[in-house]
Design a protein around this ligand. Structure first.
Ligand code: NAP
Length: 299
């Protein structure tokens, strides 16, 4: 099945499925060989967009990815990189952090972007996301810094993550660069974004939603909701595919153009990511899954 692409801005397009690197080195193997195998398994399906963050792998995922790219530099031209900043973790790597906090100051985000560029060994980050809304954000300071990063060519586009509509409006009011995406939790086990205005706001403002943990971090597959699991299994049998592919197809079917950010360290599962693209769920099938997820019929 041909991977489709989604235009985030006039200049930036990304693959319909995105590979998330949060857990990339959680399997204890950060070797370039293993990281490259995961990337190649994505590229074979035309999944070219990689989702990173400065904090992933306790500040180690970007470095592992960069080490691999240094050994296989030809791959740099085949991918788009999303990365994020503003969460500051308590970590051995940052003995100065006394508490987990957010930092959207111009100084901090500019330094983090420089650091991400160095660690991954690339000249530009295709899309930079603010990872979480910072309660202390000075939107003028942050907005100016984000515009500057784009003007300086260090970043292609700007997005946000876990932002509420009012957080987006506030930041956008202080910057010229259009906020092109909001990466939020959306799945059959976390479907509040469909009804709390998060997705509606994206649709109204031509912001493309990205879905993090689209399989509920794997919990959807481990059958905690037996009615939903049964339905995913039944539909998977009907379509000749896997329950995970049906759960992703449920996101893909929504008219907002949700981009699922897929996470797996299992090469076989990665190779099956694009199976979701071959499934077309009609409106009633979509509501059947939603009903099972809710545990009751819609009002
Ligand atoms: N912006 C944010 O705040 C934020 C927050 C969380 C995540 N994210 C992004 O979203 C990406 C995806 O998140 P996620 O990893 O939670 O996604 P997910 O696809 O919901 O969950 C992936 C997890 O489910 C497991 N899994 C997949 N298929 C399975 C199956 N059939 N049976 C049992 N387990 C299965 C995987 O294990 P295996 O490795 O064994 O396949 C992996 O541990 C992250 O990498 C990150 O890029 C962003």
């Amino acid at each position: 099945m041909q991977m489709t692409r989604t235009q985030l801005t006039d200049e930036i397009d990304v693959s319909r499925l995105i590979y998330g690197m949060w857990r990339l080195i959680d399997d204890g193997d950060d070797s370039p060989k293993t990281v490259q195998a995961k990337l190649e398994a994505c590229l074979e399906q035309q999944i070219t967009t990689m989702d990173q963050a400065d904090i992933y792998g306790d500040y180690g995922s970007e470095a592992a990815f960069g080490k691999m790219l240094a050994q296989a530099p030809h791959l740099k031209d085949k991918i788009e990189i999303i990365t994020k900043c503003d969460i500051c973790l308590i970590s051995d790597k940052h003995p100065d952090h006394r508490v987990k906090f957010y930092d959207t100051s111009a100084e901090y985000i500019t330094a983090q972007v420089d650091n991400s560029l160095t660690l991954m060994g690339v000249e530009k980050i295709d899309v930079l996301l603010l990872h979480r809304p910072d309660l202390m954000m000075d939107h003028h300071d942050t907005g100016r810094a984000l515009d500057r990063l784009v003007e300086d060519g260090k970043v292609g586009g700007i997005g946000v993550s876990n932002f509420k509509p009012w957080d987006i409006s506030l930041l956008q009011s202080a910057m010229h660069t259009p906020i092109c995406t909001n990466q939020i939790e959306i799945s059959l086990s976390a479907h509040h974004a469909f009804t709390n205005g998060d997705i509606a706001f994206c649709q109204e403002h031509q912001i493309v939603p990205m879905a993090w943990s689209p399989l509920g971090g794997g919990t959807l597959m481990t059958g905690q909701n037996t009615e939903l699991s049964q339905m995913l299994n039944d539909m998977a049998t009907e379509f000749g595919t896997s329950p995970a592919a049906v759960a992703i197809a449920w996101l893909l079917a929504h008219p907002s153009g949700i981009l699922p950010v897929m996470g797996s360290n299992n090469l076989e599962r990665i190779a099956g990511f694009s199976d979701a693209l071959s499934i077309t769920l009609d409106r009633q099938s979509w509501y059947q899954l939603y009903t099972a997820a809710l545990g009751h019929e819609v009002p």
